[in-house]
Design a protein around this ligand. Structure first.
Ligand code: FDP
Length: 337
């Protein structure tokens, strides 16, 4: 009998135990973050269950509404948004919420307020819902640094001020990847226990990868550096192997693969979308935070992504993120401009 393996199987590090362990390193901590996270975890479990049942429950289909980005809103988007907003408000630990689905920020009523602001995309990659491809929830957390009436200014802060970020991927397994600023840790939902168990401690992205991930259908509208970079991936002139192309078109799935296998994920600016497509607060920042914590980089084409200061809650930005050396190459091409 393998006693070491058995000890591992019987000493389960749940996400709550993990965060409580972290919390114990800060004696002044009152457990607010642990409570907030447990509400986010509940939202993820609910959405995971809804995504799994979607085909059966006839939840798939248009809800007959469009969101503020002009995209068709699916029933699962609406449901996920409701679940997260209610879970976050009822945690009693939030003051400002920004959701991809809501045009305006939500300000929590005074009696339920707490010291955190949460920015999130409740169900990212929604064009993939109907074909069962992996989708996910992305979130970033800021602290409220004053006791005055909260405003949107409290979330219009650079990503480097986030105190935590993560995503939950609803795929062949349900996985929550989290960073509180001390590395990146992955937890897989054990459906029989209903608990997220630490399965991927201290994730480090390889320094260089052999995969690039981009919607190449937009190539005719790209700028010079992006065009040159993708050309280099396909036809390297330094004797290295050409990179493989993988693109799911669901940010959580594409970033998750990039984090585990290495390589680069690009959503550049193009002539039609000069600011790219992905949203700064709840797509670019959380994923950039995780990449940096895992030893990678995230770049906008102009600067470090986490140094952006958003002016609007639904602002977009081009993004290049992934393995350190791969992002270094695209930075060099933009520096030549
Ligand atoms: P979706 O439109 O399906 O919701 O920002 C949303 C997003 O998906 C990301 O998850 C994904 O990376 C990207 O858009 C895909 O965009 P393209 O279809 O333009 O490639």
């Amino acid at each position: 009998m393998d006693h070491a393996a058995d000890a591992h199987r019987t000493d389960l590090m749940t996400i709550t135990r993990f965060v409580l362990n972290e919390q114990s390193k800060y004696p002044e901590s009152r457990g607010d973050f642990t409570i907030l996270l447990s509400h986010i975890v509940l939202g993820c479990k609910f959405v995971c269950s809804a995504v799994n049942k979607a085909g059966l429950a006839k939840l798939i289909g248009l809800a007959g509404e469009t969101n503020i980005q002009g995209e068709e809103q699916k029933k699962l988007d609406v449901l996920s948004n409701d679940v997260f907003v209610k879970a976050l408000v009822s945690s009693g630990r939030t003051s400002v919420l920004v959701s991809e689905e809501d045009e305006e920020a939500t300000f929590v009523e005074p009696s339920k307020r707490g010291k955190y602001c949460v920015v999130f995309d409740p169900l990212d990659g929604s064009s993939n819902i109907d074909c069962g491809v992996s989708i996910g929830t992305i979130f970033g957390i800021y602290t409220l640094d004053h006791t005055d009436e909260p405003t949107t200014e409290d979330v219009l802060k650079p990503g480097n001020e986030m105190v935590a970020a993560g995503y939950c991927m609803y795929g062949s397994s349900c996985m929550l990847v989290l960073s509180t600023g001390t590395g990146v840790h992955g937890f897989t939902l054990d459906p029989s226990l209903g608990e997220f168990i630490l399965t991927h401690p201290d994730i480090k992205i390889p320094n260089k990868g052999n995969i690039y991930s981009v919607n190449e259908g937009n190539a005719q509208n790209w700028d010079g550096p992006t065009t040159k970079y993708v050309e280099k991936c396909k036809f390297p002139k330094d004797g290295s192997h050409a990179k493989s192309l993988r693109y799911v078109g669901s940010m959580v799935a594409d970033v998750h693969r990039t984090l585990l296998y290495g390589g680069i994920f690009l959503y550049p600016a193009d002539k039609k979308s000069p600011n790219g497509k992905l949203r700064v607060l709840y797509e670019v920042f959380p994923m950039s935070f995780l990449m940096e914590q895992a030893g990678g980089q995230a770049f906008t084409g102009k600067k470090r992504a986490l140094d952006l200061v958003p002016e609007k809650i639904h602002e977009r930005s081009p993004i290049f993120l992934g393995s350190y050396d791969d992002v270094e190459e695209i930075k060099a091409l933009y520096a030549e401009e």
